[in-house]
Every structure is written in C-alpha cells, then in structure tokens.
Design a protein. Structure first.
Length: 229
C-alpha cells in the first residue's frame, strides 16, 4: 500500500528541463482574493523556492476548493481540475501568484529531509491542489497525474534552487494524508524526472488551447473546501 507520508523525491541538478509549456489560466474572479489569502514571501520569490508540495482537495469540485481562498482560510498556486469538469484534460487553474506565499502548509510543519527541516514551508514552496475526494470511488485520472507532473517540470525549469517534491502528508503527518494512497506517486515521479509522454508539442498545445477564458467551472453541487493548510 502506498504511504503518502513517504511521498518525496528530490530533483537532480542535472536534467533540468528548459522548454516546458504550461497550459494555465487564472481561476475566474480570483484576483481580488490574492492579497487577503496569501503573504509576501520572506525569501526571494525566484531563488528562494525550494519545494513543491502536492495536495488533494478532499472535495469534488474546483469551485469548492477555491472557496477556501475566497474565505481567506487557505490557498495554493495551482488547481488541477477533476474528470467531471470541462477544463479537465485542457488546462490547470492558476490561483495565487507564484511570487507570493500561498497558505497550504501550517507554519509549524516541517520534515528533516525537506530543506533541512525548515519551518514556514509556505515561504519557500509552491503548492498544487488536485481536485479529488480521496474516496475509494474517486480515482485520480491519468491526466490529473500528468498535469501535476507538468506543473512540477515547469517549476523545475523556472526555479534554479527548486529541489524537493513532497506530499502534504509528509510535512504534516499527524493531520494530513493527502494526496492520498490513490495518487500514483511512482508514475508521477517518473513523469517529472523523465518528462516522457506529457510534454505537449507546441503546435498541438496551441491547437487544443481550449475553454473560453472567464468561463466558470461548473459546480458539482458540493460546497466542499480544500484540505489545507
Ligand atoms: Zn493538503
């Protein structure tokens, strides 16, 4: 059985990608909430980024996940849509500017193997939420794993000191288990490190650029929140 509290790998200094395209769009209407649901980084916003933290929302919709940002309870940089949403297979949602610290890990949390056990993880990390109920009836789609890997490769290409890719569960094992046992961490790691099978050729990506900007994601009839921090 996969154990989310063990989910971690480190990015090698060799093999950093230099041409990763990310199909992302701001979540509709999110901008007014940036300042109230994130913090100014205490480290350099490029050189200070050391880790990417992988989460799952424990909810059934992107809109439910974003509600925690509107409520100023928590936040994350990207959101990966679920299978029943029109953006699935097309794009990921950008929610908080990468230059700001999103609120996805509690300030007191740390792990000895993640940047020397430093706390205040939000200030030196980026957070990705994958929409998934974490119920046995809701597997992650192959695309969700691929899209999450693509975001990490994008970050790897962009942030020269990025090293750690880690689950929320590893950083906060007493309270969190996300992204959960159903998230195929081995395949995810392979996609990040090898880059095979998910770097969309530019021409193809342009031709499939989808989904009208500003179109709101359908609500799945739930008011679930995100899992964090
Ligand atoms: Zn989480």
């Amino acid at each position: 059985m996969a154990a989310p509290r063990t989910y971690q790998f480190n990015l090698p200094t060799a093999g950093r990608p230099d041409d990763v395209m990310l199909e992302e769009t701001w979540y509709p209407g999110i901008r007014p909430y940036w300042e109230g649901a994130s913090s100014r980084r205490i480290y350099d916003p490029i050189l200070g980024v050391r880790a990417v933290v992988i989460h799952a929302t424990a909810g059934a919709s992107s809109d439910g996940a974003v509600s925690v940002i509107r409520d100023r309870k928590a936040s994350f940089h990207w959101l990966v849509p679920d299978e029943n949403e029109p953006q699935h297979g097309q794009l990921v949602w950008a929610c908080i500017p990468e230059a700001r610290a999103a609120w996805h890990v509690r300030n007191t949390c740390s792990h000895a193997d993640v940047w020397g056990g430093a706390t205040k993880v939000n200030h030196w990390s980026l957070g990705i939420e994958v929409v998934n109920t974490q119920q046995a009836s809701d597997p992650f789609s192959a695309w969700q794993v691929e899209a999450t890997a693509r975001i990490v490769r994008y970050c790897w290409a962009k942030y020269p000191n990025l090293k750690h890719v880690v689950s929320h569960a590893r950083l906060d094992p007493s309270r969190r288990s996300d992204p959960g046992t159903a998230f195929d961490w081995d395949r995810f790691r392979q996609l990040v490190l090898a880059g095979n099978g998910h770097d969309v050729p530019r021409a193809l990506a342009a031709s499939t650029r989808a989904t009208p900007r500003g179109k709101r994601a359908k609500k799945a009839g739930t008011s679930d929140g995100g899992c964090c921090p």
